[in-house]
Design a protein around this ligand. Structure first.
Ligand SMILES: Cc1cc2nc3c(=O)[nH]c(=O)nc-3n(C[C@H](O)[C@H](O)[C@H](O)COP(=O)(O)OP(=O)(O)OC[C@H]3O[C@@H](n4cnc5c(N)ncnc54)[C@H](O)[C@@H]3O)c2cc1C
Length: 387
């Protein structure tokens, strides 16, 4: 049985971010194993986030914007970002860069193999593949959902689900000076649905149809929405564009309490570590914060402490919003519209990044209809005690 200091199970956003941070710290002297079922970089995800400072992986940023378009009660508005910049990274670029550096380092070992199981034998965490078992002081895992066998079921089993097309057009079509954060589909009644556009240039963009609801659609249905939008908004027929790539996502909007440990000395990281912000699906920036905290803990004391991804009050706001989206989507639509209409985008982003003060939060709360929230506070009172 081979022994490592640390094992990183899963080389996606969280596993690679952690390996990268370790590589650039004194932890690079440790013996570290990274495993994934696939180590072939792929541009299957477009990771966006906002920041006030130099962003993580600054040299790999694909595009950035300081203006965003939103459609509020059916009217388009372009909002300026003064404090934040919205950044976009492509998963293939990040994986290629990090895997290349890890491969060249003698203390990091990469293995392409499916992981069957993670176990703890009373003193040591272990990782099992078909052919081998590996031991380590700590395992960091982003492969297995810790809620899978849990008795505790979500109160609001919502997902953020989407299909996006990356297209090239034969004529200049997009204004690449801003991205489209939310262009709501007012015809959709089973949840919140909107179009999200990341323009790479005047002739190239990623256009996604996104839904917050508990029911997935057939892929064809999302694609029809994208195609219809391209026709209605940009007057594009299928012969006017090439679909270069399709992106599909299904992100949990989890209302169950965060589970830091999969088993003793096996820490959950990334999405399975509860890092996805339930009400928005944004995860990438929170992964970077968790990564920094893990490395700081290992460097200072050598032992890990769980770091809850959110303060209690932000968990409560998320839970209330999930209740409204799940049970009263028309009210949720009004909440999103008032939120975007009555606040600057910097204020909205600060609030969603959980960087706002209580005073800021009260200002945001007073800008949206309060009846749905009073009802949500009452209806979620039992779940609230558990989070
Ligand atoms: C299409 C898409 C777009 C997204 N866009 C954004 C965005 O714009 N902004 C944002 O903040 N968040 C976004 N997210 C949410 C989140 O940031 C991503 O899902 C992110 O990849 C989560 O990182 P992770 O490490 O938890 O999981 P992953 O990146 O999925 O990594 C998990 C890794 O584990 C491996 N694995 C799983 N099971 C096994 C096994 N049994 N054996 C071996 N390997 C295994 C997988 O191959 C994978 O490489 C997006 C998600 C999706 C799906």
């Amino acid at each position: 049985m081979q022994q490592y200091d640390y094992i990183i199970a899963g080389a996606g956003a969280s596993g690679l971010s952690l390996a990268w941070k370790m590589l650039h710290s004194p932890l690079s002297e440790k013996k570290i194993l990274i495993l994934d079922q696939s180590l072939t970089p792929s541009n299957d995800k477009t990771w966006c986030f906002w920041d006030t400072e130099t962003p993580p992986f600054a040299n790999l940023i694909h595009r950035q914007w300081s203006k965003a378009e939103v459609s509020i009660f059916g009217k388009r508005a372009i909002k300026q970002l003064n404090n934040y910049t919205y950044y976009c990274l492509r998963s293939g670029d990040l994986s290629t860069h990090i895997l290349d550096k890890l491969e060249k380092h003698p203390n990091f070992q990469l293995r392409k193999t499916p992981i069957q199981e993670l176990s703890f034998n009373g003193s040591t965490p272990m990782l099992h593949t078909d052919a081998h078992t590996f031991k380590a002081d700590y395992i960091f895992q982003s492969c297995f959902n810790p809620w899978e066998d849990a008795q505790d079921q979500p109160c609001h089993p919502l997902l953020q689900h989407f299909v996006g097309w990356e297209i090239n057009t034969s004529k200049p079509t997009f204004d690449d000076g801003f991205f489209t954060l939310m262009d709501f589909d007012q015809t959709y009644k089973d949840g919140i649905a909107f179009i999200y556009i990341l323009p790479w240039s005047k002739t190239s963009a990623l256009i996604e149809y996104t839904i917050f609801s508990d029911n997935l659609l057939d892929k064809k249905q999302y694609e029809e929405k994208v195609s219809l939008y391209l026709s209605n908004r940009f007057d594009l027929t299928p012969i006017d564009y090439n679909i270069e790539r399709k992106e599909f996502g299904k992100i949990p909007m989890e209302d169950r309490p965060h589970k830091p440990w999969y088993k003793p000395r096996i820490l959950n990281i990334g999405t399975v570590g509860g890092l996805t912000k339930p009400s928005t699906g944004y995860t990438f920036k929170r992964i970077q914060k968790q990564t920094n905290a893990i490395v700081a803990d290992l460097l200072s004391e050598g032992t890990l402490r769980p770091h809850p991804p959110s303060k209690k009050r932000f968990k409560a706001y998320d839970l209330w919003l999930l209740q409204i989206i799940d049970r009263y989507p028309e009210d949720a639509f009004k909440v999103f519209n008032h939120l975007l209409k009555n606040n600057s985008l910097d204020d909205v982003f600060r609030f969603l990044a959980e960087e706002s003060s209580l005073k800021d939060d009260l200002k945001i709360m007073s800008s949206v209809p309060y009846t749905p929230f009073l009802r949500a506070i009452w209806k979620t009172r039992n779940r609230l005690r558990k989070i």
